[in-house]
Write a new protein. Structure first.
Length: 240
């Protein structure tokens, strides 16, 4: 059983177009400064554990009310029982969406081989040359692993939500332009710029520093090219 350290029982935004619940797994191999779940990164045991029997009893009560389950974190692909968990959720009649940093493409391959996934949310954190820097990843080849995950998601035909959290201190307009070109080269046609959420994050200084306004993000999205959207703090897409 995966280590579930949080359960959001209802969401209209985490699985676009679907009604879902969200499970949050403990542990992460990244140290992104803007991460708004630092407790799950540094001390997942501090959060109440949701047991397997409790979660699947909850799902039983939500049949015909929820469309799917979003598996988020932390980083879910660190959980060795993830394929078994996802397959069991599918067997209960729910769609499964995986939110991942994309650093473990071999896990995605297994999930796809088992037909355990319907959708992906993949965070594209930075331009290739800055990936290890901005994620705090110790693996110098982390970008190549994320790129492979994107290729797998695209070739699978599953729904794909590629998103980037943007803060002025971390990503410049030039960085975003490079990222846009990298994603286009991979075949990604829809990219979402997410507004920075000034809550408890790994780098406490970020919330005290100015970032881009919604209007600035919308302008930048328009200047980058087609298929770039902006998601505000409520989860709503601000430009179409």
């Amino acid at each position: 059983m995966i280590d579930i350290r949080g359960l959001q029982t209802f969401s209209l935004i985490d699985y676009p177009g679907k009604i879902s619940c969200v499970v949050f797994t403990g542990g992460c191999n990244f140290r992104c400064p803007f991460c708004h779940n630092p407790c799950l990164v540094f001390d997942p045991a501090s959060q109440p554990k949701v047991t397997g029997p409790h979660f699947f009893h909850f799902l039983e009560t939500r049949k015909r009310r929820l469309d799917g389950v979003v598996i988020s974190g932390g980083e879910p692909t660190l959980q060795k029982d993830l394929p078994e968990f996802a397959a069991k959720v599918r067997a209960e009649g729910f769609l499964v969406k995986l939110d991942t940093n994309g650093s473990h493409p071999e896990v995605l391959e297994q999930l796809l081989a088992d037909s355990a996934l319907n959708a992906f949310g993949i965070d594209y954190k930075a331009p290739a040359s800055r990936y290890a820097e901005l994620t705090g990843a110790e693996d110098a080849g982390v970008y190549d692993r994320v790129r492979r995950s994107l290729e797998l998601a695209l070739s699978s035909g599953a729904e794909l939500d590629v998103r980037t959290t943007v803060h002025r201190r971390l990503l410049s307009e030039e960085d975003l332009s490079r990222m846009y070109e990298e994603l286009r080269a991979l075949g990604v046609t829809r990219w979402v710029l997410q507004q920075y959420n000034p809550v408890e994050v790994i780098d406490d200084e970020l919330s005290a520093l100015p970032t881009y306004s919604d209007q600035e993000l919308i302008r930048m999205a328009g200047s980058l090219g087609s298929g770039v959207h902006v998601r505000g703090l409520t989860g709503r897409i601000l430009n179409f």
